[in-house]
Design a protein. Structure first.
Length: 393
């Protein structure tokens, strides 16, 4: 059981805002805030290089902490400034040629899909969108049938930005591994929300952000690179941290996942993200996941009672992101009206999820995403404010 009152007391933002935007940027704990600010102060007082030297053990501790969280080894983890860049480093380091096929899902995120389009345009690779099943998640049978000798990559988002859907990532991994196809999983919304074990999932790459469900600082994230299948992949970018200049005309790339890192990085962010990850490890992801599902299911039940509200979440398993449409309402104006009441929600649009929302005839949806510091009373207050704002009983 999680001590919610203690978690709220340790989260400064809870005193100022009813935050239902964990899927955007969650409220950090004071522990994470202090760890980040303390290092920034140390840099200001002693200089950046001296501060990094003094914090060496803490900085190195980032890798085993993250590895523990996702079931990896420490040498399979790289610190990257955000999930998109981590994903890019994996994707663009693969060599595509004409006829290669990239298999993805209907709910794929826009940044990822734009990258598919760019690579397809430049190389002649083909994008294959695997259809959904009756639950609105990737159709596993269709995925198996889509794989052939030309399939170069399977790449999906574990939890899409626009809904509560949790894709069957482990089942996709079994199909990918049985076929010998590399598997890239965008886990920016899932790590910190639900238990993630890369060994059970079987992915070759996993990209993660710090600012969402991990409650870390903005400008932080990490990449998991499976040693057995990625150690011979040369990153698209190299510097003198990722590789060594071993001769006038020679260089040697690092053997571990840090070959995907830059020498210069947000050192205070590394320490802040480590603090957030350590807290998640200590609380336990099973306990966090249980709490988030209880809150999200409770919010869906409350919203279902509002006459003008239609829930829009898909999937056999639904997580902590709750999306809905309000009939005859301007969702952006509604978001802004709630924000003026110190209630944080957001709007997901076709800009970030074109295939999914357009395919369902949805221009955009309201998104309320819970975290462990939220309470049942806050959910009541949010739903009452929503009903009052839209004039729905």
């Amino acid at each position: 059981m999680l001590d919610v009152e203690r978690l709220r007391a340790e989260t400064p933002g809870c005193a100022h805002v009813l935050d239902l935007n964990a899927a955007g940027s969650a409220l950090p704990s004071r522990r994470t805030l202090d760890a980040t600010l303390d290092h920034l102060r140390l840099e200001a007082e002693t200089g950046g290089y001296a501060a990094a030297a003094e914090a060496h053990a803490e900085l190195e501790g980032f890798y085993p902490s993250v590895a523990r969280l996702v079931g990896a080894e420490a040498d399979e983890i790289a610190f990257v400034e955000n999930a998109t860049r981590a994903w890019d480093l994996a994707f663009y380091s693969l060599a595509f040629k004409p006829g290669d096929r990239i298999l993805t899902c209907v709910s794929e995120y826009s940044s990822n899909y734009i990258s598919y389009l760019q690579v397809a345009r430049k190389t002649g690779a083909e994008i294959v969108v695997v259809p959904d099943d009756n639950h609105g998640q990737i159709d596993l049978g269709a995925l198996e049938r889509a794989i052939d000798a030309r399939t170069k990559l399977i790449s999906i988002s574990h939890v899409p930005t626009q809904g509560g859907l949790v894709q069957p990532a482990e089942a996709v991994g079994r199909i990918a591994n049985a076929s010998g196809v590399p598997y890239l999983l965008d886990a920016c919304q899932s790590v910190g929300q639900l238990p993630v074990d890369v060994g059970r999932i079987g992915c070759d790459f996993l990209s993660v952000t710090g600012r969402k469900y991990l409650r870390g600082p903005r400008g932080t994230g990490f990449l998991y690179a499976r040693r057995a299948t990625t150690q011979h992949i040369e990153p698209i970018f190299l510097d003198n941290h990722a590789a060594k200049w071993t001769g006038d005309n020679e260089y040697t790339v690092r053997a571990d996942a840090r070959r995907f890192e830059n020498w210069e990085r947000y050192f205070a962010g590394v320490i802040g993200l480590k603090a957030a990850v350590d807290q998640a490890n200590e609380l336990g992801m099973e306990a966090i996941w249980l709490r988030l599902r209880e809150l999200a299911d409770g919010l869906r039940a409350r919203l279902a009672d509002l006459r003008r509200v239609t829930l829009t979440d898909l999937g056999e398993v639904k997580g902590a992101i709750v999306t809905f449409a309000v009939a005859d309402a301007d969702h952006v104006a509604l978001r802004d009206a709630l924000r003026r009441q110190a209630i944080n929600v957001t709007v997901s649009t076709q800009f970030s999820s074109r295939l999914d929302l357009k395919g369902r005839g949805l221009l955009n949806v309201m998104r309320a995403s819970v975290h462990i510091y939220n309470t049942e009373e806050e959910l009541d207050r949010f739903v009452a404010a929503l009903a009052a704002t839209v004039g729905s009983p």
